[in-house]
Design a protein around this ligand. Structure first.
Ligand SMILES: NC(=O)c1ccc[n+]([C@@H]2O[C@H](COP(=O)([O-])OP(=O)(O)OC[C@H]3O[C@@H](n4cnc5c(N)ncnc54)[C@H](OP(=O)(O)O)[C@@H]3O)[C@@H](O)[C@H]2O)c1
Length: 304
C-alpha cells in the first residue's frame, strides 16, 4: 500500500457542481499532495497545475488510464459527470483500487439511492447506476465512504440562471414539491474533510442537504432576498421541459435524469433533510439565499 502517495481527485476540471475542482483546492490549502485527473489539457487543467496539483490526463472508461492515475495514490475521490458510462467507470475504478491498494475511496452518489431497493427504483438510468455502483463498491471490500447529496444548488445555473436573469422567474415542472438543495461547495468540504483524515469515516455514508426543505415559491423568495429584486416561481409542464432540453441538445441520458428529478420533486420525494454537512465539517450547510448572494452574477446580479 502506498502510504505516502498523493490523493487522487477524479473529474477535477469541473463542469457543473465542480466538486472535484473544489476538493482539489481544499486539499491543497491543507498542504496535502493532490493528483488531479482531467479529461483533456485546457485552461481548467492549467489552473489546477498553477494551484499546485499534479495534473494527469485520462479517461475514466479506459482501464490503462485509470491504472496509471491510481498507481501511487493512497486515497481517491471518485466522481464524474452524469453520463451513460457511470457504472462501468465505477467498476473500473473499484477493480484498480483493489489491485493498487488504497486506504480510502470517497464515492459520489445521490440521496435518491437512500429510497431505492430492488423493488423500488426510479426511471433515471443515472440513479439506477448509482444504486448499482454502491452495491459493487460494497462487494469490493474497499474502504469506502459514500456521500449522497440531494440536488446541487449549482444545478440552478442552467435550470434557472437564464430565466431569473431575463424575466425574474424560476420556471420548472416541480409543482408544489419541496426541495432542500445543497451547495456543491458544501459537498466538496465534506469530501475534503473525509479525505484529509478518512479513518473515522470508513464504511459510513453521509446524506447531504441544505438547511431547509421548502417548495419552489419559498426558494424564489430566497432568490428575491439575495438579489434585492422580485423573483417568482412559475410551473411549466413536463412536456415543455422535455422539449426545451431536446432543443438545447442535452444528451438523452441527462435529459432522462433531469425529467426523473422533476417527477420525483412533484411526488414529494425531494422533501428531505439531513445533517451530513454539519456533522462532518462542523459548519452548517449554506442556505439558498447565501448561495445566490455569493453567485449573484450567475442570476443577473443584485439590484443595489
Ligand atoms: N447536479 C446535482 O444536482 C447532483 C446531485 C447529487 C449528486 N450528483 C452527482 O455528482 C456527480 C457530478 O459531480 P459534479 O457536478 O461535481 O461533476 P462535474 O462538475 O459535472 O464534473 C465532472 C467532471 O468529470 C469529467 N468526466 C466526465 N466523463 C469523464 C471520463 N470518461 N473520464 C474522465 N473524466 C470525465 C468531466 O470532464 P470534462 O469537463 O472535461 O468533460 C467533468 O469535468 C455525479 O455523480 C452526480 O450524480 C449531482
Amino acid at each position: 500500500m502506498a502510504d505516502n502517495g498523493a490523493i487522487l481527485v477524479t473529474g477535477a476540471a469541473g463542469q457543473l457542481g465542480a466538486v472535484g475542482r473544489t476538493v482539489t483546492g481544499l486539499l491543497l490549502d491543507r498542504g496535502l499532495p493532490v493528483r488531479a485527473m482531467v479529461r483533456r489539457e485546457d485552461d481548467r487543467a492549467a489552473a489546477l497545475r498553477a494551484a499546485g496539483a499534479e495534473v494527469v490526463v485520462g479517461d475514466l472508461l479506459e482501464l490503462a488510464d485509470v491504472y496509471r492515475v491510481v498507481s501511487g495514490c493512497r486515497r481517491v475521490y471518485f466522481g464524474m459527470s452524469v453520463s451513460a458510462g457511470y457504472l462501468e467507470a465505477t467498476v473500473t475504478m473499484a477493480a484498480i483500487a483493489r489491485e493498487v491498494g488504497v486506504d480510502a475511496l470517497v464515492n459520489m452518489s445521490q440521496m435518491t439511492v437512500s429510497e431505492m431497493s430492488i423493488q423500488n427504483t426510479t426511471p433515471s438510468r443515472q440513479q439506477r447506476q448509482h444504486w448499482l455502483s454502491e452495491q459493487a463498491l460494497a462487494w469490493s471490500g474497499l474502504p469506502v465512504v459514500t456521500v449522497r447529496p440531494t440536488m446541487f444548488l449549482e444545478t440552478f445555473y442552467p435550470l434557472a440562471g437564464p430565466t431569473v436573469r431575463d424575466r425574474g422567474r424560476i420556471e420548472l415542472p416541480f409543482e408544489r414539491g419541496k426541495t432542500s438543495p445543497v451547495a456543491a461547495e458544501d459537498v466538496a468540504r465534506v469530501v475534503a474533510t473525509v479525505l484529509a483524515d478518512p479513518r473515522p469515516h470508513l464504511g459510513r455514508l453521509y446524506e447531504l442537504t441544505g438547511p431547509r426543505s421548502q417548495d419552489m415559491h419559498g426558494v424564489a423568495r430566497e432568490y428575491s432576498d439575495a438579489l434585492n429584486r422580485e423573483v417568482t416561481y412559475a410551473d411549466i409542464s413536463p412536456e415543455d421541459r422535455e422539449r426545451q432540453l431536446k432543443k438545447a441538445g442535452v444528451p438523452e441520458h441527462l435529459t432522462q435524469h433531469l425529467l426523473t428529478m422533476a417527477e420525483l420533486h412533484r411526488a414529494g420525494r425531494y422533501d428531505r433533510l439531513a445533517d451530513g454537512v454539519e456533522r462532518v465539517t462542523g459548519r452548517p450547510a449554506m442556505s439558498v439565499r447565501d448561495f445566490v448572494s455569493l453567485h449573484a452574477d450567475q442570476f443577473g446580479g443584485r439590484r443595489s
